[in-house]
Design a protein around this ligand. Structure first.
Ligand SMILES: Nc1ncnc2c1ncn2[C@@H]1O[C@H](COP(=O)(O)OP(=O)(O)OP(=O)(O)O)[C@@H](O)[C@H]1O
Ligand SMILES: [Mg+2]
Length: 243
């Protein structure tokens, strides 16, 4: 049974041509899907439909869970400036009740797992961009969502921080058994993270490429199988000519 499925989903912003135009997607429990595609092809809109933030004009979206079972990480960290890192992480809890000691301990544990144990009492402006992204990730994970949706969360980061965060994200999702839908422009990032890469074109999933890699070690990341899969995704995106 799929945790999330989209069937022939269509959506148009009023007065504009369709942005999502017959999208089909099935995300199994525990899977990690990456959506890749050109700017403007409808990735963010698809993610918002999956999150229930936008209602499709037609088609079916089925998610086996409630609103609190979904975590969303936006492209920019969108932290609240007047709250400390740990209180930002606890925000989804604070919206319902005053966080308990246990919940605070869990928020701190998440920050520690993301290498921010020492920074918990800092405010966002006292954190680097990569650290802010980690806080946003911890905030999305605090309610232990079944489904985590991420919209180019690492796009603004340097290559080193990005690799670290990719590794941390995979570890956290494995630990919590989180199902993930991750939007990126970056083909290598998609192949590294995903077990399925979904190529989005004109508001639909044009192709789904299964990623079968033995592990995510540095040797694999720079090995021939990885390069072959990147080439396959490039071809699906019609980028062969630019190779
Ligand atoms: N509020 C809106 N009203 C009208 N058109 C919109 C609106 N929001 C987005 N669009 C259009 O819908 C299309 C898809 O937008 P979307 O944000 O989903 O693209 P994307 O694939 O996420 O692009 P990017 O990679 O640049 O983030 C674009 O052509 C965009 O101009
Ligand atoms: Mg987008």
């Amino acid at each position: 049974m799929s945790l999330l499925s989209l069937r022939d989903v269509r959506f148009a912003f009023p007065g504009w041509p369709p942005t999502v135009d017959g999208a089909d997607l099935a995300v199994e429990e525990g899977a990690f899907h990456c959506l890749v595609g050109r700017s403007g092809c409808g990735k963010t809109t698809l993610l918002k439909i999956a999150a229930g933030l936008l209602a499709p004009d037609s088609g079916r979206v089925v998610f086996h869970g409630g609103p609190r079972d979904i975590g969303f990480v936006f492209q920019s960290p969108t932290l609240l400036e007047w709250l400390t890192a740990i209180d930002n992480v606890l925000l989804p809890v604070s919206l319902h009740h005053r966080p308990t000691g246990e919940e605070r301990a869990r928020a701190l544990q998440l920050l520690q797992q993301l290498g921010l144990g020492e920074q918990a009492r800092k405010q966002p402006r006292q954190l680097s961009g990569g650290q802010q992204s980690r806080v946003a990730l911890a905030r999305a994970l605090i309610l232990q969502p079944k489904l985590l949706l991420l919209d180019e969360p690492f796009a603004a980061l340097d290559a080193i921080t990005r690799e670290e965060l990719q590794r941390d994200l995979l570890a956290m999702c494995r630990r919590q058994r989180t199902t993930v839908l991750f939007v990126t422009h970056d083909i290598a990032e998609a192949v590294y993270l995903a077990d399925h890469v979904d190529v989005v074109e004109s508001g639909r999933i044009a192709q789904e490429i299964p990623i079968a890699l033995p592990d995510r070690s540095a040797a694999t990341r720079y090995g021939p199988a990885f390069a072959g899969l990147c080439a396959q995704v490039r071809a699906a995106l019609h980028l062969e000519a630019l190779a």
